[in-house]
Design a binder for this molecule. Structure first.
Ligand code: EPZ
Length: 444
């Protein structure tokens, strides 16, 4: 996987209808939550991305039996055999979202041992909000080297006040609180759609949870939680990628399952660019008819329901070829502008004001070249730029793409995009044979 590249060539307007897969940022934490139960659970609409495969391995390492049916996109997990509460270093390094098993392991075993998750390019990704509030709930945490050993004997259900509505901290604390006697309140909780999908799952398991305005989650601890069946919420970030691929190429697309109810600010920004956006009944489903003369819009990311940080890079790519100037501010992560350098290599005019704010001035044309993806959403931005850039763009760092999306390049190709995952990284951009048909080493 690390020796592959995503080739993107200038593409015609994308046209058609596309299905969505389940949200990565819901399925990972929901898989972790299964540790709270003993028995067989079934998850459907599960993307087969590398992050999902990593959590499958993590659960198997703890003793669970895990089976995935690719044709049904269904995951069966039997958590009865789980008999370990330690997550090995290699797994934590591979995927920082492994921290999300800490709450469930503490709830099930009264202990957990994990390696400190690494940061990543978008930020140091601290876990202080997780740990500080676990301690407040009665958890003892001993740090030795980069291993954290946590244990809890007596819970004190508490009023947890989050300094920042952290998605992971909200999820971890909530999962532990489902089994803590008494009522735990999480104030200033994250209420992203993926967090709400987790709440749906926990309530199916038998947890007593309610969401109270403003941004408070109340959890009343119960003795036991049961296995469940659940269809993962469709991925608003995959929907955003497909809508932007259509917008940037001036096409038309129908996404019948798009969770429009979770995308209001983003969809409004597309409309402000001049694209025609229609939402289906009950706020499910989106149709987009792109304008050929998009206007640049400004936006600032923030916790839900503000503009999602995970669509910042892809939306920036669309501003690079829109008419006018766009001021973009990233407020969630401290270093999530790594794609700017790569977009500039393609001819984009992006002025960095400071490390969380840029001004984009739309240009007539971008130019294909070799670019490096620094994180999942940067890989999406570079794909989008490649769809309109003259010539061919060769993107490496595709393991990020494969972590966050389930073969999205195949969906894009069906819509008319000139995009292919190919083996190898050292070939000339001009060598179009690789791309236009002599497919000796081109994987479809
Ligand atoms: C989740 O990450 C998502 N990942 C991210 O998606 C998403 O960008 C992020 O939420 C924000 O929506 C998964 O759900 C697996 P946070 P998470 O805790 O939980 C700081 C993608 O591309 N913070 O809400 O790690 C943190 O440094 C990924 O799909 C602390 O300071 O995000 C960041 O600046 C990227 N201390 C801010 O809060 C803590 O203890 C938001 O982080 C925890 C977080």
């Amino acid at each position: 996987m690390h020796n592959q590249s995503l080739l993107i060539a200038q593409s015609p307007p994308l046209e058609g209808t596309a299905e969505l897969t389940g949200a990565k940022n819901a399925v990972l934490v929901i898989m972790a939550s299964l540790i709270l139960t003993k028995g067989k659970s079934i998850l459907s609409n599960v993307p087969f991305s590398s992050d999902v495969r990593n959590v499958m391995t993590l659960l198997q390492n703890l003793g669970a039996e895990v089976k995935y049916a690719p044709d049904l996109q269904t995951l069966c997990v039997d958590t009865s055999p789980i008999n370990d509460w330690r997550v090995n270093h290699e797994m934590m390094k591979r995927m920082r979202a492994s921290i999300l098993v800490m709450g469930p392991l503490l709830a099930r075993f009264g202990q957990a041992e994990i390696a400190l998750p690494g940061g990543c390019v978008i930020g140091s990704r601290p876990i202080d909000l997780h740990l500080r509030n676990f301690v407040k709930m009665g958890v003892r945490i001993i740090e030795s080297g980069d291993t954290l050993s946590a244990s809890v004997t007596r819970f004190n259900a508490k009023k947890i006040i989050l300094d920042y509505p952290s998605v992971g901290a909200t999820e971890n604390i909530m999962m532990l609180a489902t089994c803590a006697p008494g009522t735990t309140k999480i104030i200033n909780a994250a209420l992203e759609p993926e967090v709400l999908d987790l709440i749906k799952v926990l309530k199916k398991m038998g947890a007593h949870i309610q969401v109270v305005a403003p941004a408070t989650i109340e959890i009343e601890g119960v003795k036991e939680l049961k296995p469940i069946e659940h269809a993962i919420i469709n991925d608003r970030l995959e929907a955003g990628a497909l809508l932007l691929a259509t917008a940037i190429t001036g096409g038309n697309i129908v996404l019948p399952q798009a969770p429009a109810f979770a995308m209001d600010v983003f969809l409004q920004k597309l409309q402000q660019m001049g694209h025609k956006v229609e939402v289906g009944d009950n706020d499910v489903g989106v149709t987009l008819r792109a304008t050929k003369d998009p206007k640049a819009v400004s936006f600032k990311t923030g916790p839900h329901p503000q503009f999602p940080t995970d669509l910042q890079a892809p939306m920036m790519a669309a501003q690079c070829v829109a008419d006018g100037t766009s001021v973009i501010e990233e407020t969630v992560f401290e270093n999530r502008l790594m794609h700017v350098r790569e977009l500039q290599k393609m001819g984009a005019e992006v002025k960095v004001i400071h490390d969380q704010k840029v001004v984009v001035t739309g240009v007539e044309q971008l130019y294909g070249t070799s670019v490096i993806a620094s994180d999942i959403r940067a890989s999406c931005a570079l794909m989008l730029a490649g769809l309109v850039a003259q010539g061919t763009t060769i993107m490496t760092g595709v393991h990020h793409w494969q972590r966050g999306y389930d073969a999205l390049e195949k969906k894009l190709k069906i819509l008319g995009a000139q995009v292919k995952m190919v083996d190898g990284q050292n070939f000339s951009v001009q060598d179009k044979r690789l791309f236009f048909g002599y497919e000796s080493s081109v994987k479809d």
